[in-house]
Design a protein around this ligand. Structure first.
Ligand SMILES: C[S@@+](CC[C@H](N)C(=O)[O-])C[C@H]1O[C@@H](n2cnc3c(N)ncnc32)[C@H](O)[C@@H]1O
Length: 254
């Protein structure tokens, strides 16, 4: 039964590029929660969850068009700004407001970064002001996005940057690094199962982890601090925060 359910989800056009281990993990949980659920109902529930944790954030950025424009003019920062604005205008404002400078003043300038559940955040690489030989490894669950990011790294000649098609909850990155980014993804991890963020954090071999949350609605400054107090428990430390435009960054020394 579980294999049929997984195959049905992965054969849908919208989800064919999602990592099979994400689908499998979600299917296992949903079938365990309700032993009497029909295959069709399970498929529906899994798709809904995949929409919430992934598809919901993407409004059809045209990877081919973006890559063509990068190839034509690889050094034009305005072009990256254009595509970043389409993806996440608030993130663009944050990076132009030097959120990375503020974060790296706390963590030190990193030589190796892991960007977990990266989405299209690697498009902000030009604002990180890393050394040309810095290493930046990013991870997400959509194959087309990962292919796009690897081609983008090639175009901007960041030789030590790679994107990995990997579910980081099922398989926590083992690479040693200075900093791990978990931007706007802890809510997705917790949605999948409460406690996932701490599981990932505990498994990482990095000196720092930077976790962010969008500031909106109940998540004003106090709301964000409360969220992290609950999420991090005794690992919460008052001294490490950066507030930038509409995003709140919590920095955790590991
Ligand atoms: C709200 S977006 C944030 C993207 C990016 N970090 C940013 O700040 O722009 C959440 C991302 O988490 C990814 N994601 C969710 N669960 C994941 C998992 N278990 N492993 C890897 N990526 C995951 C989704 O595919 C999506 O790209």
């Amino acid at each position: 039964m579980i294999n049929e359910v997984i195959n049905k989800v992965l054969s849908a056009k919208k989800y064919e590029n999602i990592h099979p281990s994400t689908v499998k993990r979600t299917a296992e949980r949903i079938l365990e929660e309700d032993e009497k659920i029909s295959d069709d109902e399970a498929v529906k529930k899994i798709k809904k969850e995949l929409y919430t944790i992934h598809a919901h954030y993407y409004n059809g950025l045209d990877y081919k068009k973006a890559l063509n424009s990068f190839r034509k003019n690889p050094d034009n920062i305005k072009n990256y700004e254009h595509w970043l604005r389409k993806y996440d205008n608030n993130r663009l404002k944050s990076v132009k407001n030097d959120c990375y400078g503020k974060i790296f003043r706390i963590t030190g300038k990193p030589r190796v970064i892991l960007d977990l559940a990266c989405g299209l955040n690697p498009l902000t690489l030009q604002w990180m002001n890393l050394d040309k030989d810095a290493e930046y490894y990013c991870y997400d669950i959509e194959k087309n996005m990962i292919n796009f990011l690897n081609e983008y790294f090639r175009i901007i000649k960041m030789k030590k940057c790679s994107a990995f098609f990997q579910d980081v909850v099922s398989r926590i990155p083992e690479m040693k690094a200075d900093v791990a980014f978990i931007f706007k993804a802890s809510t997705c991890f917790e949605w999948q199962k409460a406690g996932n963020t701490m599981k990932v954090l505990n498994g990482l071999k990095t000196k720092y982890a930077v976790i962010s949350l969008m500031m909106r609605g109940e998540y004003n400054l106090d709301g964000c601090r409360n969220y992290f107090r609950k999420l991090l428990g005794e690992k919460y430390d008052d001294s490490y925060e950066v507030v930038s435009e509409k995003e709140y960054f919590r920095i955790l020394k590991k």
